[in-house]
Design a protein around this ligand. Structure first.
Ligand SMILES: Nc1ncnc2c1ncn2[C@@H]1O[C@H](COP(=O)(O)OP(=O)(O)OP(=O)(O)O)[C@@H](O)[C@H]1O
Ligand SMILES: [Mg+2]
Length: 254
């Protein structure tokens, strides 16, 4: 951990006590030499419990890189990622995997459901991997599927579900068991506008219940569900707006 990260992680006046996710001076360079690409250049970002932050920016501006670093799927070249007060660089592989299963929910653009498992089994899987007893895992998964309106589809396989239904299963899987940090990379990208709105509403509800959410989106009307919009360009945060500004810029949500 460098000095900036240590200072930020310490309980100082500057630190937000309830930041579920904190990025401190995060940079990411792909490749080396002449071919080096700087995907992120010194990003500082806090996301608190109950807060949904949208990330917008042109293709290649570093949005997916930021999300995967926030989730510990790849390491930053410099800087520090702190999830629920724990610096990811201080965790070994097993601890990182555990934190990812316990605290983090990912929603990818392409759903990533396991085709040979039913909707219910897909949602149950992360809990069972984490050692929850099968009955409890099943109960929590049922609650999560109900929260996305899919209680009728427990036994359906992904191939038998529409794109929107698959995405809702993916969201149930991301929030099951009360995960505290939800990272969603264009979760509405493949959906029609009505289903996209429904997916946003679910994310918003989960965040209002106490999770922290980080959402990549290209769509202003989806970003309008966020409390804050962060704009990335060439790997840097160039602008930020709060919902009050966003309402006047983008129109109110709902
Ligand atoms: N694995 C990789 N190896 C080399 N360069 C990469 C890799 N992943 C991303 N990049 C580069 O890093 C930059 C940021 O990529 P990133 O995927 O984060 O952008 P993005 O904002 O998510 O774009 P999009 O909106 O198209 O999804 C781009 O220039 C990209 O080409
Ligand atoms: Mg991307």
């Amino acid at each position: 951990m460098d000095d900036a990260a240590r200072a930020a992680a310490a309980p100082s006046g500057r630190a937000e006590p309830d930041a579920v996710l904190r990025l401190v001076g995060v940079s990411r360079v792909y490749g080396s030499g002449e071919k080096a690409v700087t995907a992120l250049a010194g990003v500082d970002l806090d996301v608190r419990a109950g807060e949904l932050v949208a990330i917008m920016g042109a293709s290649g501006s570093g949005k997916s890189t930021l999300l995967s670093i926030a989730g510990g799927l790849q390491q930053p070249t410099a800087g520090e990622v702190i999830v629920e007060g724990r610096a990811l660089s201080s965790l070994d592989a097993r601890e990182t995997a555990r934190l990812r299963r316990r605290s983090l929910g990912f929603v990818f653009q392409d759903f990533n459901l396991i085709p040979t498992l039913t909707a219910l089994e897909n949602v149950t899987l992360p809990l069972e991997l984490d050692g929850d007893p099968a009955r409890e895992a099943r109960r929590l998964a049922e609650v999560a599927l109900e929260s996305v309106g899919l209680e009728e589809k427990h036994g359906a396989y992904p191939d038998d579900l529409s794109g929107g239904q698959q995405q809702r299963v993916a969201i149930a899987r991301a929030v099951v068991g009360g995960r505290r940090l939800i990272l969603a990379d264009e979760p509405t990208g493949a959906l029609d506008s009505v289903t996209g709105e429904a997916v946003m509403k679910m994310l918003r509800t989960r965040v209002d219940e106490g999770a922290a959410g980080l959402l990549v989106t290209h769509e202003a009307r989806h970003a309008a569900w966020a409390d804050r919009i962060v704009f990335l360009r060439d790997g840097r945060i160039i602008d930020e707006s709060r919902r009050d500004d966003a309402d006047s810029l983008l129109g109110p949500r709902r």
